[in-house]
Design a binder for this molecule. Structure first.
Ligand code: PEP
Ligand code: MG
Length: 598
């Protein structure tokens, strides 16, 4: 087998500036940790220390032995099933495993180029694929699949003992990836991750929301960063502007230090008043709640001045456990949340919002249009035992503090009624079993599908509160996939159609005497939050780390000032979203100049 040239990985890439979407606030500067998700398995790439090379070679050998065992038992299982015929299916794999050149190639990538074992395997697989691909023989061409499959299995086995792919980082780094799935952020070693920089993703994809929740700076939608970096490179990232500079020179470093100072000055001004209750300058109360999930350190909520939990994304328990949590486990998680809150605050638990970009391979089949598919309550209403286990768990936790229940994705009155019937039936069941719960537990719906807005007056009569989910409301109104960076410029929170739907929702809620909150990301943009408060929402809920900033803005203006701002924005119905955004941004930055870089 000829040895194709392997790129020398010493020496840095030249300085280059990339522009992406500012996904999570903050500045970061540090080495890159490349996390490749464009290959069959997610292959981490890092430099192995010289002293660790023997251990890395051992890891490779262990994974090879495990893979060999697996392939042999697969082959005999296959033979048993098909009565001894056609077992040659796996011969290609087994031959490759025994091929000394395959092994040599992996080992020399590790010992000579100091690549980690996973990356060494993926490079070797690529080398073979290139050679086979260049041959005319269709049989050999077909073998590419075998090599790739074998490589995937080896890499999976190498990663097998690792819970998060990032636990193998050796020093604090900036993760550079094609995209990061929500499940990959579970168990992330926060102290090692300086920032995320991803080629794909958008401002409201769930991985972005998680990086905000974790307070990790992030830039997404960068397009071609992964292909441009290599281990040893350094990156400077600005999560406020979306700029990423690869291997910055001296002028860029100086500008970065100035930005750091500027952001520290703003951070210092946020300290003042951050623990005061959310309110407008003339004393109109406007509570600030937190959007959280099981990754959120509960002790930090009080430190940022959160006044309760406005959205608990319960589906992350399932994602973390990789299975449905039992009723008892759920009760335990919900109780932990509500017990962590001071008296007078409440926790809004949203029932599993599965599907969309939150994958549940154990339950939901891949779909062509997952955001329009078997998502959320659609899944739960078809899987009533799962739904009932969750409702019972929430009810049981409600004896430990004030809990509210939130139904996502409501698009029709019969969905709401079906959920309310299940809730009533679970209450009856608990009564019969003598299990206590809060008889006055409030139920609300997420208004995030345009259809719900048009029937909001009817829905309002059968719930206690509305919570507007702008993340989905925008995507479903404007037909713009919230997680697709190619259309992110069309994802416009201040589009007049979106504002009109928000207006109608607020009016319908208030006409029925119920409250309305906003828990979508629009609430955490200081300018749009001001607009929402001016339009009359009763509370806001957002990533905890953004509460001090948004609270500062709301506390700076009186209710009439905010109402005038909203009126101005709503009067610009015939204008583009950007004009409407600037109409609210300009007066706010005039009053608070520290916000002008946003
Ligand atoms: C929303 O859609 O605005 C929302 C808060 O829910 P999620 O982002 O979890 O879909
Ligand atoms: Mg939603």
């Amino acid at each position: 087998m000829p040895n194709p040239p392997v790129k020398n990985k010493t020496g840095r890439s030249p300085t280059r500036v990339f522009k992406g979407l500012p996904a999570s606030d903050g500045l970061a500067f540090g080495p890159v940790f490349v996390f490749r998700s464009d290959v069959a398995d997610q292959v981490p790439q890092f430099e192995v220390k010289k002293a660790d090379i023997p251990a890395e070679l051992n890891r490779l050998e262990g994974a090879l032995a495990l893979t060999r065992n697996q392939m042999q038992s697969l082959a005999s299982e296959l033979a048993r099933r098909i009565n001894g015929q056609e077992t040659s299916i796996l011969d290609g794999h087994l031959m490759m495993l025994e091929d000394p050149e395959f092994l040599d190639s992996c080992m020399s990538f590790i010992s000579q180029q100091r690549m980690n074992a996973e990356y060494a395997v993926s490079k070797t697989v690529q080398k073979y694929a290139d050679i086979f691909g260049a041959m005319d023989d269709p049989y050999i061409k077909e073998r590419i699949k075998d090599v790739r499959d074998l490589g995937s299995r080896l890499i999976r086995n190498l990663l097998g003992a690792v819970t998060s792919p990032f636990t193998r980082m050796e020093r604090p780094s900036i993760i550079v990836a094609d995209e990061i799935a929500p499940s990959e952020t579970i168990g992330i070693p926060k102290q090692m991750v300086l920032a995320f920089a991803t080629d794909r993703g958008s401002l409201t994809s769930h991985a972005t929301l998680l990086s905000r929740a974790l307070g990790i700076p992030a830039v997404v939608g960068l397009g071609s960063l992964v292909a441009s970096v290599q281990s040893g490179d350094e990156i400077m990232l600005d999560g406020r502007t979306g700029q990423v500079i690869l291997n910055p020179g001296e002028p860029e470093r100086q500008a970065f230090n100035r930005s750091l100072l500027q952001s520290k000055t703003l951070a210092a001004t946020l300290e003042e008043g951050k623990l005061a209750p959310g309110a407008t300058a003339d004393g109109h109360p406007l509570p600030f709640a937190a959007n959280i999930d099981l990754n959120t350190p509960l002790a930090e909520l009080a430190l940022v001045g959160a006044e309760g939990v406005g959205l608990y994304r319960s589906e992350y328990i399932w994602i973390a456990l990789k299975r449905e949590p039992s009723e008892e486990e759920q009760e335990h998680y919900y109780t932990d949340v509500v017990r962590s809150l001071p008296p007078g605050q409440s926790a809004t638990i949203r029932i599993f919002d599965m599907g969309g970009d939150k994958m549940f391979p154990d339950r939901i089949q891949p779909e062509l249009n997952p955001f329009l598919g078997n998502r959320s309550i659609r899944f739960l209403l078809e899987n009533r035992t799962i739904l009932r286990r969750q409702l019972r768990a929430i009810l049981r936790a409600s004896t430990h503090g004030s809990i509210q229940i939130l139904y996502p994705m409501i698009a029709a009155i019969e969905e709401l009624r079906a959920l309310n019937i299940e809730l009533a039936s679970c209450k009856n069941e608990l009564r019969e079993q003598g299990i206590p719960f809060d008889e006055n537990l409030k139920r609300g719906i997420m208004v995030e599908v345009p259809a719900a807005v048009f029937i909001a007056d009817a829905l309002a009569k059968e719930v206690d509160f509305f919570s507007i989910g702008t993340n989905d409301l925008i995507q479903y109104t404007l037909a713009v996939d919230r997680s697709n960076e190619h259309v992110s410029r069309l994802y416009q929170p201040t589009h007049p159609a979106v504002l009109s739907l928000v207006r109608q929702t607020i009016d319908a809620a208030h006409a029925s005497g119920i409250t309305v909150s906003v828990c979508g990301e629009a609430a955490s943009n200081p300018f749009i939050a001001a607009l929402l408060v001016g339009m009359g929402v009763d509370s806001l809920s957002m990533s905890p780390t953004l509460i001090p900033l948004v609270k500062k803005v709301i506390r700076r203006f009186t209710s009439p000032e905010l109402a005038a701002l909203a009126q101005k924005a709503l009067s610009l119905k015939a204008e583009p979203a950007s004009t409407i955004f600037n109409a609210i941004r300009d007066p706010i930055t005039k009053a608070i100049p520290e916000l002008s870089h946003r």
